[in-house]
Ligand binder design. Structure first.
Ligand SMILES: [Zn+2]
Length: 289
C-alpha cells in the first residue's frame, strides 16, 4: 500500500510530488516509511501523472520484496532525455544526507515500457544496503542486479521462465567477461571502471546472492527477509564487505553470508549457479506456483 500525499508543490521551473513509502507499522495513527519526493525536472506537464504512476508502482514492487524503504527521505530526480531509444537510458544513486535516485527518462514511451524496465527496481534496491569499499563493490552491484530480478518476479512484471532466462543470460555474460578480466574478484572490483569489468563484477555479485539465498531458503529463511530486517534495524551510510556480511549473519543466525563472501572475494573463476538453486529461488519468490 502506498499513500500519495495531496501536497504537490508547483514552482516555476519544476514540480515536486511527495509520496510516502509503504506503511508497515502504524502506531497512534502515525505513519512510518520513507518520504519520497519526486522532482519532475523538465519533463512535460502532461506526462507527470504517468511518471508518478511508474515511480509509485516501482516503490510498491520493491517494498513487496524488501519491506519499507529505509531512511526518512528519498529524492527521485527525473532528467528528460528526449532522444533516448529506451524509457530509462541511464540512472544512478547519489548518496548523501538524503539519498537521491537520478533517472534519465524519455517520457515518449508508454507506461508499460517503464514498468517493464529493470532500472528503477535496480536503483531502489541499492538503497537497502550501504555503500561499500571498492574491493567489495561486487556486493553493491550484485545485490541490486539480483534483487531487480527478484522484485520483477515477485511483483509479476516477469514470469518464472523469463526470470530464469534473465538470470542465466546474465550469468553467462559474467562468465564470458571473467575470461577477459582474470584475477581475484576483489581486485577486479576495485578497478572495475578502468577495466570495464562490469559484467564480471555485477554478475559474480548476483551469483553470490543467489547462492546465499538458496542456502537460506533451505533453513526456512530468505535473503529478502534478512535484508528487510537489516534495513530497518541496522543500516548505516557506509560499511565494508566483511562488516556488512557479518551483520547479515548476526541477523540470520548463520555464518553463510561471511563465509561465502570470503570465498567469493578471492575467487578467480566465475561461480556456477545450478538449475536446482534457481528452481528453489523461483519456487520461493514466484507468486503464481
Ligand atoms: Zn547499480
Amino acid at each position: 500500500m502506498l499513500k500519495t500525499s495531496n501536497k504537490a508543490r508547483q514552482s516555476k521551473h519544476f514540480s515536486r510530488t511527495l509520496l510516502f513509502s509503504t506503511v508497515l507499522v502504524s502506531c497512534f495513527g502515525v505513519a512510518f516509511g520513507a518520504e519520497v519526493e519526486i522532482d519532475m525536472g523538465n519533463s512535460p506537464l502532461n506526462e507527470h501523472k504517468k511518471m508518478q504512476q511508474w515511480i509509485t508502482g516501482g516503490i510498491q514492487a520493491v517494498e513487496l520484496s524488501l519491506g519499507t524503504m529505509p531512511g526518512r527521505n528519498i529524492d527521485i530526480e527525473l532528467v528528460t532525455q528526449s532522444f533516448a531509444n529506451e524509457p530509462v537510458p541511464f540512472a544512478q544513486v547519489i548518496r548523501g544526507r538524503t539519498n537521491k535516485v537520478r533517472l534519465q527518462i524519455n517520457t515518449d514511451w508508454p507506461l508499460q515500457d517503464f514498468v517493464d524496465d529493470w532500472t528503477l527496481y535496480h536503483e531502489l534496491s541499492h538503497l537497502y544496503i550501504p555503500y561499500l569499499d571498492y574491493p567489495s563493490f561486487w556486493l553493491n552491484e550484485g545485490f541490486a542486479t539480483y534483487m531487480q530480478n527478484i522484485v520483477m518476479l515477485q511483483s509479476q512484471v516477469i514470469d518464472k521462465a523469463t526470470f530464469v532466462n534473465k538470470l542465466q543470460a546474465g550469468l553467462e555474460r559474467g562468465r564470458l567477461n571473467t575470461i577477459s578480466q582474470p584475477g581475484k574478484l576483489s581486485m577486479v572490483s576495485n578497478d572495475m571502471w578502468r577495466k570495464h569489468a562490469y559484467m564480471r563484477v555485477y554478475w559474480s555479485g548476483a551469483a553470490y546472492f543467489a547462492e546465499v539465498d538458496a542456502l537460506l531458503l533451505q533453513r526456512g529463511s530468505s535473503l529478502s527477509q534478512v535484508v528487510a530486517q537489516y534495513s530497518q534495524c541496522c543500516i548505516t551510510a557506509n560499511s565494508s564487505g566483511s562488516g556488512l556480511t557479518q551483520q547479515f549473519d548476526k541477523i540470520a543466525g548463520t555464518n553463510i553470508f561471511y563465509s561465502t563472501y570470503v570465498k567469493y572475494a578471492k575467487r578467480t573463476d566465475f561461480p556456477k549457479i545450478t538449475t536446482e538453486q534457481l528452481d528453489a529461488i523461483v519456487h520461493h519468490y514466484a507468486v503464481i506456483p
